[in-house]
Unconditional design. Structure first.
Length: 480
């Protein structure tokens, strides 16, 4: 039954109806009918799924950085639509129009079926276009993976418009781009949901301790328990996805800041050019010393020499490329062609006597000693065709080196372990004159040689040092 009624409209209402009048070719009845249908569709009384605007905006903001589950994505946009960009665009416009989101979607592409380049442009309210861009980009990446993967190359958001550029790439690159641009929170949200009890406990403990909890890698913790200097290499290498020696200095400093702050080893880390300032709340001098040495050794493993100073609750590390260059020069001078171990040792003794030419930085001498120790073992290894080092082979190498250096030493076997004693060292002591720098460097040379030859196969325990008041040095090489 048709009912005829007279309706009075003010100028403002007529103005709002103009877009609908134009859409229906001036037919007032059809325009009014569409307006009534839309009002009924999105009325809370007629459609229980309608969402209050503030609640919708809050929900969308909370979802930012999280990808829609793939089963929900498939139910929202039919995967078969990927076969036609034209039909996909038509569907998306109609779908979001039905939702009443008031956003404009444009898809530009170079091929309707298998596009190599796609440009997605969405205009409208900020929160809605962000969600729509993430949803549509996710759809395009997911549903092209098995045939011609589309990678998100760029996403630009300005005013009330967002543009996303996609082009063909490899499968891994396409998946990674989706996380980079729209799924920054997705991975860790899934991790938390998969193990909520664990993460709730971790968060609670950090809160209860006012963030005084320290979270470190198991190997780092094990080194501390074994009274070794922990480096934290594994965590940094895992983040960088490459060996520590291959990480550029600028990136390395950024990773140190990230790891030391998030693990709570440091309160904060400040980077100034290539210098490091680490602020902490530790009180024990020995603990602070270990952290300082750990940082210096970490940077040395990265190929850079740093000078460290501790001041109250701060550790300062200053880059010393000048010392690094000098050490490289010394080691490179050892690497003469067709050289023998004897020649290397003669040159090494000359360098030890000339240590006054190096800046008085004990850590630089540590680096020099370790590098020369490693190189001497490499030369001995090459000359004697050694393919596998053991305690006996290492003992023979050190006995030969000690005899060339006119150093009196003794070896004793104690079970699986070996006690190494230096009874007299002409390098460090001439008459009543004792050179601490030379002694320190020679000691680090031994450590560098041991580390190269036996690495993780042994543990070193210092029993006595000349610098501790004894007349001889003694170390125990333990086999775990």
């Amino acid at each position: 039954m048709n009912v005829t009624k007279h309706i009075s409209l003010d100028d403002d209402s007529i103005e709002k109806m103009k877009p609908y009048m134009e859409k229906h070719g001036g037919n007032f009845g059809n325009a009014l009918r569409e307006i009534i249908n839309m009002a009924g569709k999105y009325s809370p009384r007629m459609n229980s799924s309608a969402t209050d605007l503030p609640l919708l905006n809050w929900t969308l903001s909370e979802l930012e950085g999280t990808l829609v589950p793939e089963n929900v994505l498939d139910e929202t946009i039919n995967p078969a639509l990927i076969n036609s960009m034209t039909k996909l665009e038509e569907y998306l416009k109609r779908r979001f129009d039905e939702l009443g989101w008031n956003i404009d979607i444009i898809l530009k592409y170079d091929s309707d079926s298998f596009p190599a380049n796609v440009m997605l442009e969405i205009k409208g309210s900020s929160q809605r276009i962000k969600f729509a861009a993430a949803l549509i980009s996710h759809y395009l990446v997911k549903n092209t993976l098995e045939r011609s993967p589309l990678e998100i190359r760029n996403a630009v958001n300005f005013n009330e418009c967002i543009k996303v550029e996609l082009s063909r790439a490899g499968k891994k690159e396409a998946q990674r781009s989706l996380i980079t641009f729209f799924g920054s929170r997705d991975e860790f949200m899934k991790i938390i949901k998969n193990n909520p009890i664990f993460w709730k406990a971790i968060i609670s403990r950090h809160l209860l301790s006012n963030y005084n909890m320290v979270t470190v890698h198991r190997n780092y913790f094990e080194d501390m328990l074994a009274n070794n200097i922990p480096l934290g290499e594994i965590t940094i290498e895992n983040l960088a996805k490459r060996p520590i020696k291959d990480i550029p200095l600028k990136e390395m400093l950024s990773l140190i800041k990230d790891v030391y702050e998030t693990s709570r080893i440091a309160e904060r880390v400040e980077i100034d050019d290539d210098s490091i300032a680490l602020f902490h709340n530790f009180r024990n001098k020995e603990a602070i010393g270990k952290i300082t040495k750990s940082l210096v050794m970490l940077m040395e493993a990265n190929g850079h020499l740093y000078e460290a100073k501790s001041m109250a609750n701060m550790i300062m590390l200053k880059h010393r490329p000048d010392v690094g260059i000098k050490i490289n020069e010394i080691v490179n001078n050892l690497k003469t062609s067709h050289s023998t171990v004897d020649q290397e040792l003669i040159m090494f003794m000359a360098f030890l006597k000339g240590l006054k030419d190096l800046p008085d930085i004990p850590l630089s001498l540590t680096a020099l000693g370790r590098r020369i120790g490693k190189y001497l073992m490499q030369e001995y290894e090459n000359e004697n065709n050694i393919s596998n080092w053991d305690l006996e082979t290492f003992q023979k190498a050190l006995e030969m080196i000690d005899s060339r250096l006119h150093r009196e030493s003794e070896w004793k076997i104690e079970g699986k372990n070996m006690l190494y004693t230096i009874k007299k060292c002409s390098l460090a002591k001439e008459g009543n004159n004792f050179d601490t720098n030379v002694c320190h460097t020679a000691r680090e040379t031994f450590k560098g040689a041991l580390d190269y030859a036996l690495g993780n196969k042994t543990e070193l325990e210092v029993m006595k040092l000349v610098t501790h008041g004894d007349n001889f040095c003694e170390v125990m090489i333990r086999v775990p």
